[in-house]
Design a protein around this ligand. Structure first.
Ligand code: BGC
Length: 532
């Protein structure tokens, strides 16, 4: 689920008794379903928008332009259409809006009602998209799916992290990303299989309508499962909370954990304005990364591949099936490489993976740029494309995807979730999700225009971003490997750059700086939205 479970702590480093019960397993399956849908929606639109039957029906102008372009013509602009990209991007805009409302609903009404709503929205979006007769229906369907993703992104990770015994929470955090990649892979596979084996419109209708199955699983599942102990406590139902906790942990005595949950809830209630508090000077170092990490994750350019690999492959001369097949290969690489991260993140640490992944992405982006520049130049006219050329491009795109999958992919969610203290963690999570969604929206919306105008320079633009982000990580991010979450503040206090935020005179900074930063961030968001 947007990978973003924030991992609450055991509380003061204690060990609570508790087993990995059947109930916990069921919840994990849920979270996985939410993630699969997120991944599926990420991966499905690129395949569908590269299908001729789909383009003919909804975007006849793009189809005409694409099919009339001869191999000897400029290839860069054949898919350039803002309406076509709106089909992909609209989902992320509505996900952004709904995750803000869902965060309030999750607190006020509990996690379950928000999860049920997400299931219903997924099912509704799938029906509207599967039966779509015109572009507005397509966009409305995507918007509904986006609303569902916003609700699920907010509620499922919280539900999961509150239900799972604390010692499994770290591992679960990383499996979020794994399930996103599995969702993308399923989408890539169905894009390829349906286009190859199913005739006519049915191929894309099944692709888009298929989300109804996981949507209903989430809906029915959340009708059957109870709410979390934390949510019951938050709403004053102490007896029910204890009963739930006993059932979840399957042990005779849960008093210690229960009392800590009550204490944490009381403390959280004292934090009246988390949205203002988070701008206090002492959270500034972490806040910087809550913005930068999701923004940088998207500026790696990975979603150009996830959303538009089939279009990219078609642009560089592959046939329809070869494009979808090559995208399927990138999907497999993306999923497999995620295991590397899962198994090494606690051994090598976050920084090393960020930096190594960045370097590998940079090298492959440069090679891909040279390959496209040599063949297509500025005119966009490739002449004859040899097999060797096609293989080289696919191999280097896979090298790039693997680098993302073992670095910025999972770490882009893990690191922001573990650097904040409990009292502002949920708010920080909303910021991370929102920034991620905004930049995802922007990239999805402007990709075909970027390709048309920047030509082979497309990946150079992302390569420059990778250099900047690697420098920021190297200089400013402290290593958080093996640091208990409740002691996380010490790594910031001891960092040469950030220590001043803890030791200098607070009064000097507090008032004006918060306001200035607030204004700057708002201006930045307005700027990004205007760009879109
Ligand atoms: C990112 C998505 C991306 C996916 C690729 C996720 O961590 O947030 O935007 O499509 O990884 O695997």
């Amino acid at each position: 689920m947007a990978g973003g479970a924030f991992a609450p702590t055991s509380g003061k480093g204690k060990e609570y008794p508790g087993k990995f019960t059947g109930r916990v397993l069921l919840t994990c399956i849920f979270a996985a379903t939410g993630d699969l849908i997120f991944g599926y929606d990420l991966g499905i639109s690129g395949g569908v928008t590269s299908m001729d039957v789909f383009l003919k029906k909804f975007f006849p102008d793009v189809y005409k332009r694409e099919s009339s372009v001869k191999p000897s013509d400029d290839q860069y602009c054949k898919f350039d259409s803002q309406i076509l990209t709106l089909f992909t991007s609209s989902l992320y805009l509505s996900a952004l809006v709904s995750s803000i409302f869902a965060s309030m609903a999750t607190r006020k009404y509990g996690r379950r009602p928000t999860m049920m709503t997400s299931g219903l929205l997924f099912a509704a979006g799938a029906i509207v998209n599967g039966l779509a007769m015109n572009v507005p229906m397509l966009i409305i369907g995507r918007l509904l799916l986006g609303f569902g993703i916003g609700c699920a992104n907010q509620s499922v990770p919280i539900y999961l992290s509150e239900v799972a015994p604390y010692k499994y929470r770290g591992a679960l955090n990383m499996t979020f990303q794994l399930f996103i990649t599995i969702g993308i892979l399923i989408a890539n596979f169905l894009n390829f299989a349906f286009a190859k084996w199913i005739e006519g419109e049915m191929a894309w209708r099944l692709n888009l309508g298929g989300v109804i199955v996981p949507g209903l699983i989430i809906f029915i599942g959340s009708c059957l499962l109870p709410d979390t102990p934390n949510s019951e406590i938050e709403r004053g139902n102490y007896d029910r909370a204890k009963e739930q906790l006993l059932k979840l942990r399957k042990v005779d005595n849960v008093d210690e954990e229960f009392n800590d949950l009550v204490e944490a809830s009381e403390k959280a209630k004292l934090v009246q304005h988390a949205w203002l508090n988070i701008f206090e000077r002492k959270y500034r170092p972490q806040l910087f990364f809550a913005f930068c990490i999701p923004m940088f994750q998207q500026l790696t350019g990975m979603n150009v591949i996830v959303f538009y690999a089939p279009i990219l492959f078609k642009t560089i001369g592959f046939g329809s099936n070869a494009s979808l097949f090559s995208s399927l290969i990138t999907g497999i690489v993306n999923m497999l490489a995620t295991f590397v991260s899962i198994s090494t993140v606690d051994k090598f640490g976050r920084k090393k993976l960020f930096l190594y992944g960045g370097l590998q992405m940079l090298v492959s982006q440069i090679v891909i740029t040279i390959a496209i520049a040599m063949k297509f130049g500025l005119s966009g006219n490739p002449g004859v494309i040899s097999n060797g050329y096609a293989y080289t491009v696919v191999v280097f795109i896979c090298v790039y995807v693997a680098a993302f999958a073992w670095s910025w992919g999972p770490l882009g969610w893990l690191v922001p979730s573990e650097i904040f203290p409990l009292e502002v963690r949920s708010t920080a999570q909303s910021i991370t999700v929102s920034v991620n969604m905004i930049i995802t929206f922007v990239i999805a919306q402007i990709f075909t225009a970027m390709l048309c105008h920047l030509k082979f320079g497309l990946f150079i633009c992302f390569a420059v971003c990778v250099i900047v982000m690697s420098i920021v990580i190297y200089k400013l991010l402290p290593e958080t490997k093996g640091v208990p979450i409740e002691e996380m503040t010490t790594v910031w206090r001891n960092h040469p750059h950030w220590s001043k935020y803890f030791y200098e005179d607070d009064a000097k900074f507090e008032t004006n700086k918060s306001i200035v930063i607030g204004i700057l961030l708002s201006l930045f968001l307005v700027f990004i939205l205007r760009l879109a």
